[in-house]
Design a protein around this ligand. Structure first.
Ligand SMILES: O=C(O)CCC(=O)C(=O)O
Ligand SMILES: [Fe+2]
Length: 443
């Protein structure tokens, strides 16, 4: 089976239709299930949780056949359900594997990919929920609102990454953490929590819009919409350099009303016409002008999202870029202090943007809001002294220290962004009662 390097292996009684190009192979490749594998596969089928790209066993040796999929749950949705139906109908007297009502639609659906697919494949598994949104994606304004897609823990974990590493965003009053940013700043390990989320989202989008195996992730980013942030009517592919974008997924990581005010997502036409963000919910829609939308101004607090764009163009796949960044930064970095576990300095020119032509630097603003200031000048004995307020932009790219009231911390940071990242990281930890860790930036 083709598609993103995923594999399908079938032994024993043929139970699925292979794609046309496999026809010849199917005739010759059906083999008896080796006894040696029986126990192994039976045990694998008992497992409760699977990671992306793990082997998933759908039918085990008790059915005198093995169907093993390696890959995504969308693969399973697409192939397993028709397979189990045809097997049930095929007279071998086997008990029903999947409740018939739940398999009304042989097409992949969001409902299918949202349940734990391996559980579906084991005997006596509960019936699948009906595909709740199957019809909506085909309309004039193809979009879906998936409720409770991310757990509370996942939302918090992603928020943690953002608090540690967020940088000035692509629009005023927006702070973002993109995966290339994490990779390029030596925080590659912080990409890990995104991996299963991206995989599940891609499954959901491919399933909901009936394009299995078609999509690549083009961009993944955490975005905080601070007070004053908004975006007017637009479609997500509305610039020549954005034409590769086919679908959007926005995951809400915190709650409207509780964490912030404003920030409602509105669509120009079609249903649902507006989305009031709830932590864990996801909205997916086509990136073209069938889904013109805007986000109301955030009037209080901070709205946090994880936004992904998907493309059909493999040249725009984010993954090779990430791997290239990771291979450069992760392999070449040698920490000054071997035990250092704080984020690395980032490239300086990534974080500057001009605001109303007057110049605005998010690094200065944020340290001031946090009650700190930068100290950059040295006296004759090479000690840092309080100053640096004259032309902070100029000095932000140089080594500096953080000061608070009359004191100056000892730690020398590579530049302003580095200081800010480290501060944000420890500030976040301290909110979980790890205050003592803050002390280590003093030494
Ligand atoms: O955050 C949202 O609800 C939508 C964001 C959006 O429209 C965009 O980033 O293009
Ligand atoms: Fe948008």
């Amino acid at each position: 089976m083709k598609g993103h390097g995923r594999k399908i292996i079938q032994l024993g009684i043929p139970i699925i239709e292979g794609p046309p190009e496999d026809d010849n192979q199917r005739e010759t490749r059906v083999e008896v299930v080796p006894m040696l594998l029986h126990d192994l596969f039976d045990r694998l089928s008992q497992r409760k949780s699977y990671l992306p790209n793990q082997i998933i066993v759908l039918l085990t040796t008790t059915m005198r056949s093995l169907l093993v999929l390696q890959g995504k749950s969308a693969d399973v949705a697409k192939l397993a359900i028709p397979a189990t139906r045809s097997l049930n109908g095929s007279s071998n007297g086997g008990s029903s594997l999947v409740d018939e009502k739940s398999t009304d639609s042989a097409r992949p659906s969001v409902g299918v990919s949202r349940v734990q697919t391996p559980a579906m494949a084991t005997y006596n598994s509960p019936p699948l929920p009906p595909p709740p949104l199957a019809a909506a994606g085909e309309g004039e304004h193809p979009r879906h609102h998936l409720r409770g897609f991310l757990s509370h823990e996942t939302c918090k974990e992603l928020e943690f990454v953002h608090r540690s590493c967020g940088a000035a965003g692509y629009r005023p009053s927006v702070v973002s953490t993109s995966l290339p940013h994490l990779a390029a700043t030596g925080c590659g390990h912080l990409i890990l929590p995104f991996v299963p989320v991206r995989e599940r989202l891609r499954d959901a989008v491919e399933s909901a819009f009936s394009c299995p195996f078609d999509l690549f992730v083009e961009f993944t980013g955490l975005i905080s919409w601070c007070k004053g942030a908004s975006i007017g009517w637009h479609s997500d592919d509305n610039k020549p350099y954005l034409k590769q974008r086919a679908f959007t997924a926005v995951c809400y990581l915190n709650d409207h009303g509780k964490d912030y005010k404003g920030g409602i997502l509105q669509f120009q036409d079609g249903e649902p016409s507006c989305i009031t963000p709830v932590a864990g919910d996801v909205v997916i829609y086509t990136a073209d002008n069938r889904n013109n939308h805007c986000v109301d101004e955030v009037t209080e607090g901070e709205r946090l999202t994880l936004t992904l764009w998907f493309t059909r163009d493999s040249a725009c796949d984010e993954d090779p870029k990430l791997l290239s960044f990771l291979s450069k930064t992760s392999l070449s970095y040698e920490p000054v202090h071997k035990k250092c576990c704080i984020p690395l300095p980032a490239s300086d020119n990534m974080y500057w943007f001009s605001y109303n032509q007057s110049g605005f630097d998010i690094r200065c603003a944020r340290v001031h809001i946090l009650g700190f200031c930068f100290h950059t000048s040295m006296d004759e004995e090479n000690n840092f002294v309080v100053s640096a307020e004259d032309d902070p932009i100029e000095l932000l790219g140089k080594p500096l220290r953080l000061g608070r009231e009359d004191g100056v911390f000892d730690k020398i940071f590579a530049n302003g962004l580095h200081a800010l990242q480290v501060y944000a990281y420890f500030h976040f930890l301290s909110s979980f009662n790890f205050c003592s860790q803050m002390m280590c930036i003093r030494s």
